[in-house]
Ligand binder design. Sequence first.
Ligand SMILES: Nc1ncnc2c1ncn2[C@@H]1O[C@H](COP(=O)(O)OP(=O)(O)O)[C@@H](O)[C@H]1O
Ligand SMILES: [Mg+2]
Length: 187
Amino acid sequence: MLLGTNGSGKSTLLKLLAKLLHPQSGSIQISPHTGFVFQNPDHQLVMPTVGADVAFGLVAEKLTYAQTRQRVAEALEAVNLLPLLRRPIYALSGGQKQRVAIAGAIARHCDVLLLDEPTALLDPDSQLDLVAQVQRLVKSRGLTALWVTHRLNELDYCDGAFLLEQGKVVDRGNPQRLKQRLMQVAV
Ligand SMILES: Nc1ncnc2c1ncn2[C@@H]1O[C@H](COP(=O)(O)OP(=O)(O)O)[C@@H](O)[C@H]1O
Ligand SMILES: [Mg+2]
């Protein structure tokens, strides 16, 4: 989990890792299969239905129809959305939309998920559902997830945390220790 005040460089770091930006110096070593999840899923989901949106991410892979169907079904199953395969995107909740975005990354066989404030627009229940879902995917599929948030209770769901200030990592390590540190700052 990646923490830090506004403007500390969290989004820039994720964009560098996703190769949406290129570093002016230094180098980055990361799996080529990264998936990006934005704060606002309406900026990410482009097709009219759940299944079509997940399939859309696979067009570059030149799969057969049957292979595409299989990959879409597997990915939706992984985020517990298979029953909503044919549901129009407009009829989903914010949390369900974020899970569709994650399914898109899983369908493309991403092994790294980069999530930039994925819970910022969610109510508290959907927030914890989403982070618990990400935690399950990390455990069951061996994914690496790096997510940005301001909500300190999400520290309970991560294995490690980094605190950024002005583009530099100023603290890292045990999530509960960072939580204590940041709660004291907030008070
Ligand atoms: N493409 C860019 N070129 C130059 N500066 C940028 C660019 N994107 C963001 N910045 C600046 O980099 C700093 C970090 O921004 P950002 O990574 O968005 O912070 P955060 O996500 O932690 O709020 C800010 O000062 C921002 O204005
Ligand atoms: Mg940001």
